[in-house]
Design a protein around this ligand. Structure first.
Ligand SMILES: NC(=O)c1ccc[n+]([C@@H]2O[C@H](COP(=O)([O-])OP(=O)(O)OC[C@H]3O[C@@H](n4cnc5c(N)ncnc54)[C@H](O)[C@@H]3O)[C@@H](O)[C@H]2O)c1
Ligand SMILES: [Zn+2]
Length: 363
């Protein structure tokens, strides 16, 4: 199977996203070409490090880097300032210079924290993302958003900082649990809804979470997802406008996720959030009914939730405490057709009404 290269061109940096089977062994050579430098600090979590950190480190050493490895405990609860602080001290101990490289090997938690460590250390060194989860490949490793969580909420302390290279080895997905793979399919479906009706149809006709799904076809779906994210962030790196469409399903989705006390996965919460906002939009007459029924059927085909039983007042209060709210209004992404969405600025009352229209109606 061949390797794909997607070129990202944001105002702050241009870089390649290399996607293929076995490309983890090429991280060293690719890093050498993209970054130069002499030290590479590999950052990974306690689940991913035993699986892939060695292969990455060996590849980097073969390309002439002195390497160090820092492993933090896996899990979103460790995506916080104290872990970041340990990572930064570790970079200093490694005597990393600004010309050297932080290599984040893992899921979105590792990528977000490794990326932020690279953005902060010496006011910014080079970062290479080696995403190993489906979510990290199709979403978090591309676009330069980095963050840690605060007590007050998720991703509240961060920076926009583009990597210099992304290397996604689709073979790494083999060790992911089926549940986690399926959860991330919520974001994959989202990409179809916001930008690509053909991808959406492909995803529905052959769900990518089927056990016998063809690896070449999976790679092509991942590549298409990265292209969609690239097209959006190339035009709006800092989420002033267009990039907001990537938040489709997220305003209600975040509320569902928080109301479940984060027991429901992010992708599952977004899937339910997409169905809720689509039903509400159809009932408002903003899109045809089929748009909502198509989104619900797609989500169902992946075995993801299509609704929520959470109390509407609870959902509303979680949603309006989200950092993406602007004063007395809330920006909500609504579907117009499959492949096309728009951002609407709603008053809090209008948004509260949408929750009533779209949530808890399918029980
Ligand atoms: N920066 C962005 O633009 C952006 C976008 C979306 C999500 N995110 C962030 O991404 C995070 C979620 O990402 P995630 O779902 O990858 O979470 P994660 O990094 O916690 O990974 C999920 C679990 O899978 C394990 N894992 C990862 N790859 C594996 C592999 N190949 N084999 C076996 N186990 C593996 C991890 O150790 C972890 O236990 C959240 O913190 C979210 O805020 C960031
Ligand atoms: Zn998301």
């Amino acid at each position: 199977m061949s390797t794909d290269v997607i070129k990202v061109n944001t105002p702050s940096r241009s870089y390649d996203v290399v996607v293929g089977q076995g490309v983890i062994d090429e991280v060293g050579d690719l890093t050498r070409k993209a970054c130069g430098g002499s030290v590479a600090c590999v950052i990974s979590d306690s689940n991913v490090a035993p699986l892939y950190a060695n292969a990455v480190a060996e590849s980097l050493e073969a390309a002439g880097y002195r390497t160090t490895l820092q492993v933090f405990p896996a899990g979103e609860q460790h995506k916080r300032l104290s872990t970041l602080s340990d990572l930064l001290e570790g970079l200093a101990e490694s005597e990393l210079s600004r010309d050297d490289v932080v290599v984040a090997v893992g899921g979105g938690v590792t990528g977000d924290m490794g990326g932020l460590a690279g953005a902060l250390y010496l006011r910014g060194c080079k970062v290479v993302q080696v995403p190993t989860s489906l979510l990290a490949m199709v979403d978090s490793s591309v676009g330069g958003k980095t963050a840690v969580d605060l007590e007050a909420g998720k991703n509240l302390a961060g920076a926009f900082f583009q990597p210099s290279l992304v290397v996604a080895d689709v073979d790494c997905l083999d060790t992911l649990t089926p549940a986690l793979f399926t959860d991330s399919c919520g974001e994959v479906i989202k990409h179809g809804v916001i930008r690509d009706a053909e991808l959406f149809r492909r995803l529905v006709s052959k769900p990518i979470n089927a056990p016998d799904f063809d690896p070449a076809e999976l790679q092509s779906v991942i590549v298409r997802n990265i292209e969609i994210k690239r097209d959006v962030v190339d035009q709006d790196e800092r989420e002033r406008g267009l990039r907001q469409i990537l938040n489709f399903g997220h305003t209600i989705g975040h509320a569902i996720e928080a109301a479940s006390d984060f027991k429901l996965g992010h992708g599952s919460s977004v899937a339910a959030g997409m169905c809720c906002i689509a039903r509400a939009s159809a009932r408002m007459g903003w899109c045809p009914d089929e748009v909502a029924t198509d989104i619900v059927s797609a989500v169902e085909a992946y075995g993801l939730p299509t609704d929520t039983s959470e109390d509407h007042d609870t959902l509303f209060s979680y949603a309006v405490h989200d950092k993406k709210r602007h004063g007395t209004t809330v920006n909500v992404v609504v579907p117009l057709a499959i492949g096309s969405v728009e951002v609407r600025k709603l008053s809090l009352e209008e948004f509260r009404h949408l929750i009533d229209l779209g949530c808890g109606t399918q029980a």
